[in-house]
Design a protein around this ligand. Structure first.
Ligand SMILES: [Zn+2]
Length: 361
């Protein structure tokens, strides 16, 4: 039997996948994260995070998850319109690697697929420590393994919708996070499903590499079955903001060391937060020119076979309906600039070949 890809509407052949975003979301419920943030920032009042245009710029500093209207995304009609823009640009499939602990109604993702004709692949798995309900924290590997295996075998939330990828997260590398990563990699060994790992820019790169190397060896998993997400979030982070401002000779340069290390070892990485509306004065977040330069640099070093793209489309602040770039920024900025540079051939690997290879099992 040939390999298959599991979508929310059933299995398809890898050849049916087509032009794919590897990291964009549909329906989410991030109220748990909101609760943690409210406790962390008591000085932020309800008025400051009310969802209205006057507050958009403050919400973009990272406080958007403290806004009740932005914690839950359940608007099917709005989502049909947003993904319509993706389809109009040639988009055929979307991997929505939403952890089970932050998922909205998965039946709506299926309805979205039926309405738009786009294939959606969803996930089973656990998000990072400060974004999951209490009962998911501090558990052992077997707990997370059993939980994810249950969704793979029985469907998600009592439906006949099955996950097509495994998802874990490394924000700071707590026992919870490390155990969830181990559970996913063990399931990758047993099922063939790929494991996708959310990362936060503050997590130590050497620790990420050491953990993944150790677990892939323990369960005999090929590094090519792992996709490490959000690797574009750290390319501008090596220069301290204070040094940049106070030392005229200090420049902002791309730091691609971790990305190169992972790619050299055969892991896949996601440059998947194009157009992300996060502005922070404490550390540098990359802009899309830097993302594109990182992408081109890594392709020219010979790593184009292991890079995937996406926008991490989730918050309504990213919706076109609310003034954002929508779920098309990696196309309208990244790929169109690559075409301008005569790099059409390289695009095919990023949005056709690599997604199909990673998602097929
Ligand atoms: Zn995401």
């Amino acid at each position: 039997m040939g390999k298959r890809i599991t979508t929310v509407c059933g299995d398809i052949a890898p050849e049916q996948l087509g032009f794919t975003s590897m990291h964009d979301h549909t329906f989410v419920d991030l109220r748990v994260t909101g609760k943690y943030m409210e406790a962390m920032f008591p000085q932020v009042t309800h008025e400051m995070v009310e969802f209205k245009p006057e507050n958009y710029s403050f919400l973009k500093t990272g406080t958007y998850l403290m806004c009740p209207e932005l914690q839950v995304v359940d608007d099917l009609e709005g989502m049909v319109k947003e993904y319509g823009y993706f389809k109009a640009l040639g988009g055929q499939s979307v991997c929505d690697p939403v952890p089970s602990t932050g998922r909205g109604d998965v039946r709506k993702t299926k309805a979205l697929s039926e309405r738009t004709g786009i294939n959606f692949i969803t996930a089973t798995g656990i998000y990072h420590e400060t974004a999951i309900p209490q009962e998911f924290r501090g558990q052992d590997v077997k707990f997370y393994y059993d939980y994810c295996k249950g969704q793979i075998e029985d469907g998600i939330d009592g439906t006949d919708i099955y996950p097509g990828v495994l998802k874990a997260a490394l924000a700071t590398g707590t026992d919870t996070e490390n155990n969830a990563v181990e559970a996913c990699i063990r399931l990758t060994a047993e099922t063939g499903l790929s494991t996708h790992i959310h990362t936060e820019p503050m997590m130590d790169g050497d620790e990420i590499v050491a953990l993944l190397d150790r677990l892939c060896e323990k369960y005999s998993v090929d590094h090519d079955r792992i996709l490490i997400c959000h690797m574009d979030n750290r390319i501008a982070g090596s220069v301290m903001v204070t040094d940049y401002l106070e030392e005229p000779e200090t420049d902002r340069t791309l730091d691609l060391n971790l990305q190169k290390t992972l790619l050299e070892k055969g892991y896949n990485i996601g440059l998947d937060t194009w157009g992300m509306p996060v502005e922070n004065s404490n550390f540098f977040m990359p802009d899309d020119f830097e993302r594109l330069k990182a992408l081109i640099t890594l392709i020219d070093l010979g790593y184009g076979d292991h890079i995937t793209l996406g926008n991490d489309f989730s918050s309504k602040l990213m919706w076109r309906a609310y003034g954002g770039h929508g779920c098309t920024r990696f196309i309208t900025f990244g790929l169109q600039m690559m075409e301008m540079l005569g790099r059409e051939e390289q695009i095919h690997k990023l949005v056709y070949d690599n997604p199909a290879r990673i998602l097929a099992y």
